[in-house]
Ligand binder design. Structure first.
Ligand SMILES: *[C@@H]1O[C@H](CO)[C@@H](O)[C@H](O)[C@H]1NC(C)=O
Ligand SMILES: *[C@@H]1O[C@H](CO)[C@@H](O)[C@H](O)[C@H]1NC(C)=O
Ligand SMILES: *[C@@H]1O[C@H](CO)[C@@H](O)[C@H](O)[C@H]1NC(C)=O
Length: 234
């Protein structure tokens, strides 16, 4: 059931704002979750457990689904570290930016934030504007959490060769945010995409946006070397 709504979350394209201008997600009739409550849960979690939060994942439904589709890997790999999942289905860049500015990183000082966002902007904004929004997120995190490292992940492969042109462009733009130190960029593209419109289908849901259970194992394996390096560095 939950999976169904998450899929709906990505095929419902709503009017696009400007990705670099923070904006709360508009509550849609089809959403079984109350967006502001989800956000408030995260704010509360940061208030209550801030001292124990060492890693925060920010993103959309693909990140959110670590809570169910990717649960086994999450529980084995990230939960023991003190990780929190701040992913919300249907979120675009501007919504994550708004959440960060409005309390989700108050009272926390994690070692690492893992950020993967932008796929829901793909058909609503230009690639450059999406990248500008992602840069705003990175800047906001850097200024609010100056001792936290940011692992910025590329937008994941999706759909077909036409969409991949857009995804690749966004990732090319945001890759320059990697400064070799506090901010690192990592593109998991090759794990999920063979090229020429051919995907590693076993890693995806049939919608070719969301990930299968194997897709979450692949996510962990793909970013593990850099994640571990950033986790261990001073
Ligand atoms: C957040 O915490 C406040 C204060 O304890 C509480 O009133 C509110 O219901 C909580 N909200 C959510 C969504 O958990
Ligand atoms: C942090 O974790 C420890 C050990 O589980 C627990 O005793 C403590 O209450 C937690 N503190 C917060 C603020 O969540
Ligand atoms: C995560 O990936 C690393 C590196 O490939 C691997 O050693 C580890 O077993 C993986 N963890 C889980 C829970 O899949």
């Amino acid at each position: 059931m939950k999976q169904f709504f998450v899929i709906a979350a990505l095929i419902t394209v709503t009017a696009a704002g400007s990705p670099w201008i923070p904006e709360p997600q508009e509550q849609q009739d089809w959403m079984p979750w109350l967006w502001l409550d989800r956000h408030q849960e995260f704010v509360n979690n940061s208030q209550l457990h801030g001292a124990n939060l060492t890693v925060i994942f920010f993103g959309d439904s693909i990140t959110e689904a670590w809570d169910y589709t990717g649960r086994a890997v999450w529980d084995a790999r990230y939960a023991p570290l003190g990780a929190a999942n701040y992913g919300i289905g249907a979120d675009r860049v501007e919504h994550v930016l708004w959440r960060i500015i409005n309390g989700e990183v108050d009272n926390v000082s994690p070692k690492l934030c893992v950020v993967k966002i932008g796929t829901n902007n793909i058909w609503g904004n230009t690639e450059f504007d999406i990248a500008r929004g992602v840069a705003a997120i990175v800047n906001e995190l850097r200024s609010r959490l100056p001792t936290t490292k940011i692992l910025l992940l590329g937008v994941l492969p999706r759909h077909n060769v036409q969409t991949m042109v857009l995804v690749d462009k966004v990732n090319e733009y945001i890759s320059i945010l990697d400064n070799g130190g506090m901010v690192r960029f990592f593109n998991m593209r090759d794990t999920y995409y063979v090229g020429d419109g051919v995907f590693n289908n076993n890693l995806f849901d049939p919608d070719m946006i969301h990930l299968s259970g194997e897709g979450y194992s692949a996510w962990n394996m793909s970013m593990d070397a850099l994640f571990t390096e950033m986790w261990n560095s001073k």
